[in-house]
Design a protein around this ligand. Structure first.
Ligand code: FE2
Ligand code: FE2
Length: 164
């Protein structure tokens, strides 16, 4: 599992908290045993990751709109594809009629989640940070950027809460 590192930080605020929540949910999913006992938790974690990601993508897209980020249409498409991938993976988890057993499906899901989310963090999201740094907006962010990033933050929805 790829560890979170400071080089992935975007705004030292709401967006980074979301990213850490996403990272933690993916870590917990990967660590969930690929046994029948692990199946309900695996599905709950995927659904929670979907909720956290959906809220985060809206927040991140608001920041991009606020700074008029030139790559935002493509970035938005990537967010939509990540949510579709999550829906697909969730649907495959409890497919009892599948030719492949749960252990195989879960191993496949582990790899997809880790690769696609971290590819997005490390390339697309870090591109936003570089753009904001060039605008001299990242240290500290201007008020309207902070507002765009903080508007939707709801601590009760954080991944650190064990309930889902
Ligand atoms: Fe993003
Ligand atoms: Fe992001």
């Amino acid at each position: 599992m790829i560890e979170w590192r400071e080089g992935l930080a975007i705004d030292h605020g709401g967006l980074d908290r979301d990213h850490r929540d996403q990272h933690e949910l993916i870590r917990r999913f990967i660590e969930t045993p690929a046994t029948d006992d692990g199946l309900p938790l695996a599905v709950r974690l995927l659904r929670l990751l979907h909720r956290v990601s959906e809220r985060h993508f809206i927040r991140e897209e608001r920041v991009q709109a606020a700074v008029d980020y030139p790559g935002r249409a493509e970035h938005r498409m990537q967010h939509r594809r990540l949510l579709e991938m999550l829906d697909d993976i969730t649907g495959q988890m409890d497919q009892t009629s599948s030719l492949f057993d749960f252990a195989y499906r879960k191993a496949h899901a582990n790899g997809l989640l880790e690769f696609w989310f971290f590819d997005h963090f490390a390339r697309a999201d870090v591109g936003l940070r570089r753009y904001m740094a060039r605008l001299s907006l990242s240290q500290p962010p201007a008020g309207h950027i902070v507002n765009a990033a903080e508007t939707m933050h709801q601590p009760q929805g954080r991944a650190s809460g064990r309930s889902s």
